[in-house]
Design a protein around this ligand. Structure first.
Ligand code: SAH
Length: 354
């Protein structure tokens, strides 16, 4: 049966669903029951909605489809990390990752199929952007990981990071709608402070988020506070230079009073000297912030190499001397290409290039 021909019921708001039931001569509250099955319980079949009569279920089936993602391939890393290759209703694939630590289980989710930004060190950039994910496709990735956390670790999902494929601020409305569902009681009821959106830093959108009063955390992929170096790493810096980013972050902090996190990779011969470390420390003074130094995950034999341990220590010393919190993050899931910047649908490359 071609389910894609029917309207996806999860595209409807609760109000629209209520209107639908009323138009069919049914009770308004039926909509709330169905809505809870669809979101809170994440059901994939109308037949499993046990408090809905058979007649109503048949009527729903005639009118709607439930377009759900499918975990097509699950890979387990030796360090416990799980990577899901997720098939969307149009057969496109994105990846999401479950990252277990002693205190947390984090879901790292994708916001776009591929990515339009050309960060030179990131494998996802090689895929180019194919399309934005819908809110339900983002939500479903979280549900899949929540289920895996319970199945494989017997623990609840504690955190969500938008650090998978794509640039979340270039799919803003859908990401916000997904987060609304994730945080609402009809959805997963997660606290916004457990969610982090990571971005290359698009000043106009950072200001918009501040105006919209979002309550989740913000992380900026900085990698250099010096324009020349940053533009070489991340071409978007040519149009959004560091000064504009800084200005938007001041605006963010004035409005939200929320600290930001800077993500930072140190590469051999690129940003591993003291000048770069001092520029970062200066940037960190603009608003309250902290730094996550992330290990480089090689994506090919190319120009990028992880800097030495000495350089990493030099950075930490300079930052800490100035009272800035800097954490060095270990890479997770490298053996299954699940680490930061490695999500590139490797197992599906043939299909994506075809
Ligand atoms: N577009 C968003 C989210 C996706 S990338 C963003 O740029 O923030 C998630 C994080 O992984 C970013 O900090 C990114 O800079 C980093 N990253 C990308 N490629 C990497 C690699 N090969 N090794 C380590 N980190 C990488």
């Amino acid at each position: 049966m071609d389910s894609s021909a029917k309207q996806d019921i999860r595209k409807l708001t609760l109000t629209e669903l209520e209107e639908f039931f009323v138009s069919k001569g049914d009770k308004k509250f039926r909509a709330k029951q169905v809505y809870e099955w669809l979101w809170h319980k994440s059901l994939k079949n109308f037949d499993d909605m046990t408090n809905i009569s058979k007649e109503t279920r048949e009527m729903l089936k005639e009118n709607f489809a439930i377009n759900h993602i499918l975990v097509d391939l699950m890979q387990h890393s030796s360090d416990g990390t799980i990577k899901n290759a997720v098939k969307l209703f149009d057969s496109k694939i994105v990846e999401s990752v479950l990252i277990p630590t002693s205190k947390r289980i984090t879901a790292c989710v994708s916001s776009q199929v591929g990515c339009s930004l050309d960060c030179n060190f990131c494998a996802t950039a090689r895929l180019k952007r194919m399309r934005n994910l819908n809110p339900d496709e983002i939500y479903d990735q979280v549900v899949a990981i929540k289920d895996e956390a319970e199945t494989y670790f017997n623990r609840p999902l504690t955190n969500i990071v938008f650090m998978g494929m794509g640039e979340p601020l270039l799919n803003y409305n859908n990401v916000i709608e997904a987060i609304d569902k994730i945080t609402s009681p009809e959805g997963l009821g997660m606290a916004p402070r457990r969610i982090t959106l990571s971005t290359v830093g698009i000043p106009k959108m950072i200001k918009k988020m501040a105006d919209d009063g979002v309550r989740f955390n913000l992380a900026i992929s900085l990698h250099s506070a010096i324009n020349e170096t940053r533009s070489r790493l991340m071409p978007i810096n040519n149009v959004n230079p560091v000064e504009d980013l800084a200005e938007s972050l001041k605006y963010w902090y004035e409005k939200t009073k929320r600290k930001v996190t800077y993500e930072y990779v140190i590469w051999d011969g690129i940003n591993d000297d003291e000048t770069h470390a001092r520029a970062l420390a200066k940037f960190c003074k603009i608003i309250p912030s902290k730094v996550n130094i992330i290990q480089y995950n090689p994506i090919d034999e190319g120009e990028f190499r992880q800097a030495s341990q000495d350089s990493v220590e030099m950075y930490v010393r300079i930052l800490e001397n100035q009272g800035i919190i800097a954490k060095v993050r270990k890479s997770r899931g490298q053996d299954i290409d699940a680490a930061c910047g490695q999500l590139a649908n490797k197992n599906e490359v043939g299909e994506l290039e075809g």
